[in-house]
Design a protein around this ligand. Structure first.
Ligand SMILES: [Zn+2]
Length: 140
């Protein structure tokens, strides 16, 4: 785990009963997704009903925290908690297990990033319980 070295804000997310276990795991440095017990689909974002087969039989599954950049952009004008923040990278990361998460890429200059680049999760403390899963270039 790490805390932000740059001034990227880490606002606390809105949680609900469907996501409580996910956010609790982030405080332990674990990244969870839901898995359908009927069709084995992994799903992101966390939800009670499988979007592939509508099953209610879903369970939490811990993923490796590794993936690759599927797409990204540099955001120069943040809103809300990000207003006044330095330029930051908003990305879709495709987890090695398959689901794609919208997230931030941190600990890297935007010019050094590329689609397909391997990344790993880091967690940033919101100071209010949940930690935000973000990704940084995979270090060898
Ligand atoms: Zn299913």
């Amino acid at each position: 785990m790490t805390t932000p070295a740059a001034a990227l804000p880490a606002p606390a997310p809105a949680t609900n009963p469907e996501t409580t276990e996910f956010w609790t795991a982030t405080a332990d440095g674990r990244l969870l997704v839901k898995r359908c017990q009927d069709c084995d689909s992994l799903m992101w974002y966390p939800r009670a009903i499988c979007p592939a087969c509508s099953s209610l039989r879903t369970e939490w599954f811990e993923v490796s925290g590794r993936g690759s950049i599927y797409s990204y952009t540099v955001n120069y004008r943040g809103e809300g908690a990000y207003q006044g923040a330095p330029p930051f990278v908003l990305a879709y990361v495709e987890l090695d297990e398959g689901p794609r998460m919208m997230t931030n890429i941190v600990e890297a200059s935007p010019g050094d990033l590329s689609v397909g680049q391997p990344v790993e999760v880091v967690f940033h403390d919101t100071g209010q319980g949940p930690w935000l899963p973000r990704f940084r270039p995979l270090r060898h």
